[in-house]
Ligand binder design. Structure first.
Ligand code: 4NP
Length: 146
């Protein structure tokens, strides 16, 4: 799960994907990262932590990291929060990544991207949570061909 800073959106995506995988007894390796390393080592934004906590998802132990290109191949899927994250990854490698997708179009959602809530308010974080909750369920079903 990839966003820009790895402190707002992708930590929520990581937490939700882990929750849904656990509920469905899927032993999948889930991680998140940012396209920039500015916040590397930091916990998620306190607003992301609170938003998840309200719904019983604990993401407080996560720590931000910058995406490592050599790790891209070790995952079956790379999901970005928006098209800029997607373009940023594509622009840093000449290799065509067939397993790289913006998460909402992959999940066949009507919304195209997960908006960056960094300069937003609690409602913006709640909206990100709702979008990603549905997206994660749809992604799992799609991968499992359900
Ligand atoms: P994220 O949000 O990409 O969802 O983690 C942001 C976090 C930090 C910054 C921008 C977006 N920033 O400019 O530092």
């Amino acid at each position: 799960m990839v966003c820009l800073g790895n402190i707002c959106r992708s930590p929520i995506a990581e937490g939700l994907m882990k929750k849904h995988c656990q509920q469905q007894k899927l032993n999948w390796q889930i991680d998140s990262a940012g396209t920039i390393g500015f916040h590397a080592g930091e916990p998620p934004d306190v607003r992301s932590i609170c938003c998840c906590k309200k719904h019983g998802v604990d993401i407080s132990m996560q720590r931000a990291s910058k995406i490592e290109l050599q790790l891209l191949d070790t995952y079956d899927f790379i999901f970005t929060m928006d098209n800029q994250n997607l373009a940023d990854i594509k622009n840093t490698t000449a290799i065509k990544l067939h397993h790289l997708f913006a998460i909402l179009p992959f999940a066949e959602m009507t919304t195209s991207h997960v908006p960056d809530p960094y300069y937003g308010n609690t409602e913006d974080f709640d909206y990100v949570f709702q979008l990603l909750d549905e997206a994660c369920i749809r992604v799992i079903n799609k991968i499992l061909n359900k």
